[in-house]
Design a protein around this ligand. Structure first.
Ligand code: KIV
Length: 275
């Protein structure tokens, strides 16, 4: 059965943990769905892990639509959330609604995600009023990396922690159906989780959140540029892939691949007439 915003609300009410992973392509979407992941995020982290960019700032609406559409084709029961890229919702409420609409119509998402607290509540209200579910994102919000002066844990001082609690309550009041908490001290994330009716999805925010999300390349050991403290490798697929690429390279160069079992036949009499 399709996971929806109602599934998120029910899972929070029943104390069931919500699993999310990022996803950027059709084949991986099918694997994540088969594994029982509740929702996938077509994250603008695709800028880093798919496009090799240093941050998420250059990711475009067209990028999000292309990758979102691919993921949506692979998901039947899994909910698909698509990130609103940098500057697609900050400039005006009208642009935010238009762009959220494009991610639903063209990207075939089931919801959108945007970064920020009280300052983006007018956008959250307008987008949800258009019938588009919004996931909020607080804490270390990568689109603000320059304002933060790097990727840093957020909410450590009393003032910053109080601000984050207020922001969480504000995005909930504006209509968000869930909120991602990224790089937030575990005890603060647990407190926010207890204060909210909507689910919190943690990434580097401890075990007290209602659900968890990781970038799939990180948890599979596929991305080696940097590894944040909160990442656990559930497999070392990077090593396995490299070994397979090496075996292929060796067999091609030795002439042992392809062999007869990987080749197509033609009748000998047809061949004879060609000489
Ligand atoms: O873009 C992304 O992958 C994200 C997650 C880190 C939550 O926003």
């Amino acid at each position: 059965m399709k996971n929806t915003v109602a599934t998120f609300a029910k899972m929070k009410a029943q104390g069931e943990k919500i699993s999310m992973l990022t996803c950027y392509d059709y084949s991986t979407a099918k694997l994540e769905e088969a594994a029982g992941i509740n929702a996938v995020l077509v994250g603008d982290s695709l800028g880093n892990v798919m496009l090799g960019l240093p941050d998420t700032l250059s990711v475009t609406m067209e990028d999000m639509i292309t990758f979102g559409r691919a993921v949506s084709r692979g998901c039947h029961d899994t909910m698909v959330v698509i990130d609103m890229p940098f500057m697609s919702y900050q400039v005006s409420i009208e642009q935010a609604v238009m762009n959220a609409g494009r991610l639903m119509k063209e990207g075939r998402g089931n919801a959108v995600k945007l970064e920020g607290g009280a300052t983006v509540c007018p956008q959250i209200k307008a987008i949800t009023s258009a019938g588009i579910p919004v996931m909020a994102h607080l804490g270390m919000t990568p689109q603000s990396v320059n304002a933060f002066g790097g990727n840093r844990v957020q909410g450590k001082s009393e003032e910053a922690a109080r601000q984050m609690i207020e922001d969480a309550l504000a995005v909930q009041a504006a209509g968000a159906f869930a909120v991602v908490l990224e790089c937030v001290p575990a005890k603060l994330a647990a407190l926010i989780t207890a204060k909210l009716d909507i689910p919190t999805i943690g990434i580097g925010a401890g075990e007290g959140c209602d659900g968890q999300i990781l970038v799939y390349q990180d948890m599979l050991g596929l991305f080696s540029d940097y590894t944040p403290k909160f990442v656990k490798h559930f497999a070392e697929l990077g090593e396995k892939m490299q070994a397979a690429f090496k075996a292929y390279d060796e067999e091609v160069k030795a002439g042992t691949f392809p062999d007869a079992s990987h080749s197509f036949k033609i009748d000998d009499d047809v061949m004879e007439r060609l000489y």
